[in-house]
Design a protein around this ligand. Structure first.
Ligand code: GDP
Length: 298
């Protein structure tokens, strides 16, 4: 991801090298090229507009540094503004004062929620926590089994409805799962919920009901970064529906253009907490806006 964008930005900024002074025309031309690069990377238009306006304003402003030449100054501004649209500071998980903390996962089917549940559980174990998974995706026939497999790989227990009792009520399973976590003294509960291929009312209602019942400390919206502009539309629908407190980007290992990753924070106002970049449980990390910006600038 970001290869094309990264190449484009690097070449635009390289064109400034060796210039002693940047005229307004130089800055305007550079801003135009950055704008095209971002749009081609599928970054949402409002995000591009804000970004370009800020870069231009700062580049034309009185930011004079003794240590940097004009080209370096523009690179520095672009880098800082990229960090800003990616969320600024690294955002840590909000955990409850009185465990168990409850983290609910929401998102479309195929976004990578179940995989993420395993990744997050494994990562949390590594941080000294004792997580438990709760299977509330009762829609998809294989979802519970899939979560059990992932839980086993991550070495964490999975609370699931007993088989043979019909589809079951996900809200009830969520509640009972948390009771079980309290009893067995798990300090974090990860609640996996049902997604659909597209945003639909019933899925959203179910997510809203689960959120209301378990009052999670975090609701993480899991989104496939490969779906481009659709990621932004889906994020907006989830924000206005169940609402969420943070975003997890998945499939950053894909060769998509990366616009979703660059837009979702700015469009939804919620921070990106984690990023997934592969199918293995280890392919996962805390999302650091500054590191991502450096990667984009090559
Ligand atoms: P869910 O329907 O939201 O629970 O999605 P799943 O966890 O079942 O993931 C859907 C598919 O995407 C599976 O084949 C996963 O192996 C795959 N997947 C999940 N995360 C990633 C990732 O970060 N990179 C890649 N390449 N594939 C992923």
């Amino acid at each position: 991801m970001f290869n094309t964008l990264s190449d484009r930005l690097t070449s635009v900024l390289n064109n400034l090298r060796g210039k002693g002074r940047l005229s307004e025309a130089d800055i305007d031309a550079t801003a135009r090229e950055i704008r095209v690069a971002l749009l081609e990377a599928d970054v949402a238009l409002p995000v591009v507009r804000t970004f370009i306006a800020k870069v231009k304003e700062r580049a034309k402003g009185a930011e004079v540094s003794q240590a940097l030449n004009p080209a370096q100054q523009v690179v520095k501004i672009v880098n800082e503004e990229l960090i800003a649209i990616l969320g600024g500071e690294t955002r840590r998980l909000n955990l409850a004062k009185n465990p168990p903390s409850v983290i609910m996962l929401a998102g479309l089917q195929g976004a990578g929620k179940t995989t993420l549940a395993g990744k997050l559980a494994k990562w949390l174990r590594g941080q000294g926590h004792t997580p438990m998974l709760v299977a509330c995706d009762l829609q998809r026939p294989n979802a519970v089994t899939q979560l059990q497999v992932v839980g086993e790989r991550a070495g964490v227990p999975v609370f699931a409805p007993e088989p043979g009792n019909g589809v079951g009520d996900p809200v009830d399973v969520a509640r009972r799962g948390i009771e079980e976590a309290k009893r067995a003294q798990h300090d974090i509960v990860l609640v996996d919920t049902a997604g659909r291929l597209g945003v639909d009312e019933e899925m959203m209602r179910q997510a809203i009901d689960i959120r209301a019942a378990v009052q999670p400390d975090e609701v993480l919206f899991v989104v496939d970064a490969m779906i481009g502009q659709d990621a932004v539309n889906t994020a907006t629908a989830f924000r206005d529906g169940v609402g969420f407190t943070g975003v997890v980007l998945t499939k950053l290992d894909g060769d998509a253009r990366g616009g979703a990753a660059l837009s979702v924070r700015e469009v939804t106002g919620q921070p990106i907490l984690f990023a997934s970049n592969g199918e293995k449980l280890e392919d996962f990390d805390v999302f650091h806006p500054d590191r991502m910006a450096s990667r984009i600038l090559g």
